[in-house]
Design a protein around this ligand. Structure first.
Ligand code: AHR
Length: 329
C-alpha cells in the first residue's frame, strides 16, 4: 500500500514538474516608453500574455536604441524562447538579426512597426497600423474641417511635427500627410521637423517654430504626446490652442480625448495600441499548428474630434465627447 502511495506521489510530482516546465515562453522586444500610446501597448500585451494560463512573458525595453533591441533579440535566441514579438524603433538595419531568429526557428510576430526587411525574412503573423492612411486622415481632416467652417479657399499655414526619424510610423504618416496636402492646395506647408514622438520634444519644436515662423494656422502632430507638448508651448506663447492654431494629433490616447473635450486639441486620428486581442488567438492557433498568410493585419481605427461628422472618405469623424467614457487607453 505504502509503495503504491509513493509511486503515485512520484507520478504526480513528475506531472507537476513537466507541466511547470511546459510554459510557453513569449519574448517581447519593445522600443521603449516614449509615449502614452507605447505605455498602453506594453500594458495591453503584458496583461494579455501574463494572464494566459501556461504562458510566460520575457520583456525587454530597448530604451529607443536599436543596438539594445538587437542584443535583446540575440538573448531571446540564446534563451530558446518559444515565440518572439518584435517592434523595431526604426525600419532599417534588422536583416541580420531577424535572419538569426529565423535560423533559430523561433516563430516571429511583428507588432506595430513593420521592418523594411519583412519581405526577406520569415514571420508567422504581423499586426500594425496603416500609417500612410493615418497620415492622410490627419491632413484630410484639417482640409475638410476648414471647408466646413467656410475656409476651404483661404490660404492657411500648416506645420508637420514628425515622429522618430526612420520609424515606419514616421515615414508612413509623412507619406500620407504629404500626399493629402496635394488635395488641399490652400494648405501651405511652412514647417516640417521631428519631435521624436515625445511630449518634451513636441513642446521644444513648437516653441522654436513660434519664434521663427510668422503665422501657424494648423499643426499636424504625428502623435498625441507631441501635440500635447505643443499645446503647452502655444499657451506659454499667449495663444489659444484649438482656436488660434488648429491641432490634429494621432493615436487617440485618453489625454487627447480630455484635451479635445477641453477645446484645446481639435482632432485625433486613431492608431490602436491594443494588440493583445490579436496576438493571443494567433499564438493559440500557432500552437494548434495553424498557419497564417504573410500579410500585415491593420486594425479598424476611427477619427475623433470636437463635433463629429467630418467625412474623410474612408471614415467619418466621431465626436470625442460621445465616446470618451468607452475608451480603453
Ligand atoms: O508606432 C506607433 C507610434 O509610436 C505611436 O503613434 C506613437 O505614439 C508611438 O510612440
Amino acid at each position: 500500500m505504502k509503495k503504491i502511495f509513493f509511486v503515485a506521489l512520484a507520478l504526480v510530482m513528475l506531472v507537476c514538474v513537466s507541466s511547470a516546465s511546459a510554459d510557453v515562453v513569449i519574448a517581447f522586444s519593445q522600443i521603449g516608453q516614449e509615449s502614452d500610446w507605447r505605455t498602453a501597448n506594453t500594458d495591453d500585451l503584458r496583461h494579455a500574455i501574463e494572464n494566459h494560463p501556461g504562458w510566460k512573458l520575457v520583456y525587454d525595453d530597448g530604451q529607443q536604441k536599436q543596438e539594445n533591441q538587437i542584443k535583446a533579440l540575440r538573448n531571446f535566441i540564446t534563451q530558446d524562447v518559444d515565440y518572439i514579438l518584435f517592434t523595431g524603433v526604426v525600419s532599417t538595419g534588422w536583416d541580420e538579426v531577424l535572419k538569426e531568429v529565423n535560423e533559430a526557428e523561433i516563430p516571429l510576430l511583428l507588432i506595430d512597426r513593420i521592418p523594411d526587411c519583412a519581405d526577406k525574412i520569415d514571420y508567422v503573423a504581423a499586426f500594425g497600423g496603416d500609417f500612410v492612411e493615418e497620415g492622410r486622415r490627419q491632413v484630410a481632416w484639417a482640409g475638410e474641417y476648414l471647408k466646413s467652417i467656410g475656409k476651404g479657399d483661404t490660404d492657411v499655414n500648416i506645420v508637420i511635427m514628425e515622429g522618430t526619424t526612420g520609424a515606419s510610423a514616421q515615414t508612413g504618416r509623412t507619406e500620407g500627410n504629404l500626399k493629402a496636402l496635394k488635395e488641399y492646395p490652400h494648405l501651405k506647408l511652412v514647417g516640417q521637423q521631428s519631435g521624436n514622438f515625445t511630449r518634451a520634444e513636441g513642446q521644444a519644436v513648437m516653441e522654436s517654430w513660434l519664434k521663427s515662423i510668422d503665422k501657424i494656422d494648423v499643426l499636424i502632430a504625428q502623435n498625441d504626446d507631441m501635440a500635447l507638448g505643443a499645446i503647452d508651448a502655444i499657451k506659454a506663447a499667449g495663444k489659444v490652442p484649438g482656436k488660434d492654431i488648429i491641432i490634429v494629433g494621432c493615436d487617440s490616447v485618453k489625454a487627447a480625448f480630455d484635451s479635445i473635450v477641453a477645446g484645446e486639441m481639435n482632432c485625433t486620428v486613431e492608431c490602436t495600441p491594443l494588440y493583445g486581442k490579436f496576438v493571443v488567438p494567433t499564438i493559440e492557433a500557432l500552437i494548434r499548428g495553424e498557419k497564417f498568410d504573410k500579410t500585415v493585419v491593420h486594425p479598424e481605427e476611427g477619427v475623433f474630434d470636437m463635433n463629429g461628422g467630418i467625412d474623410l472618405g474612408t471614415v467619418k469623424s466621431i465626436k470625442a465627447a460621445d465616446v470618451i467614457a468607452t475608451r480603453q487607453y
